[in-house]
Design a protein around this ligand. Sequence first.
Ligand code: BTN
Length: 334
Amino acid sequence: MGVTENAEQTQQEIILGFLADGREEFLSGEALSAKLGLSRTAVWKHVQSLREKGYRIDAVPARGYRLVDVPDRLSPLELAPLLSTHDLGQSIHFHESLPSTNEAAFRLAADGAEHGEVVITDQQTAGKGRRGRTWVSPAGLNLYFSAILRPELPPQRAPELTLVAAVALAEALREADADALIKWPNDVQIGGRKVAGILTELSAEPERVHFVVLGIGVNLNAGPEHFPPEVASTATSLSQALGRRVNRALFTASLWGRLEEWLDLHHEVGFEPVRARWKELSATLRQEVLVRTGGSELRGVAEDIDTSGALLVRTAGGSLERVLAGDVEQLRPR
Ligand code: BTN
């Protein structure tokens, strides 16, 4: 790419950034040309060339420009202009296909990758779920990424980050108009069906976290035909909930923004605001649950989560049991 092409691309990225910030709002050609120090004709030419690249931009006389849709691709070229984050996704490792973004991110982090670097892919051939399960990851439909985090936390507090991610995910899905809730510990659901999952992996010494790999999978456009029979009745996607296709790039930018806000708040204030928001978004609290942990089962009413994110279950005998890990079945889903 020559120097001029490079400069043109940067100007187009800046235009996209402004339009993406004010999504659904018109931005006048005059304001854009003032911000960029370009003539209105030059702005118009950039808009035309962005349209040729697949961006849908409305141009209305006397009102200006409005970004309507972006190409549904997840490479840095498409994602970077949409991002409002300061760390998360400032370095993006995009691959058409990977066995698992968590594995790739773990290797990068072990080699010294920085806080906020993200591995993202169009498809996973060996996507990993919790408890040794696989995460169904067909091409071109959904979102699969892993963020490398280097939090200043003792290892025993690292699980809080999973709840941070669950809150951010539920909020991003709600912003997209879906009624998302969190099933303890970190399944995000719509209408009682799982739409997103989080797999957090840790490298640490007893006193110090080296890094955390926060892996997130969101079913954005998968249809019932994409789920294998064993999860078909318990999984859903955002597009199934909304009845329309979801733009992955726009959703990703929105999710990363939320995620970074919550990570920052957690870093500055601690776990309490996360816990409070998690409780508001919980599908599990106040429900009758059956918790399977290893070989044992526990039945009762999910009353609360404690300051470390453990689930507190009131049994029929009246005792309050603390559950650190397990699979929860809600006997009467909310
Ligand atoms: C779960 O079982 O609920 C967790 C699923 C986590 C899936 C995501 S997809 C991106 C990242 N890479 C993986 O291999 N797994 C996580």
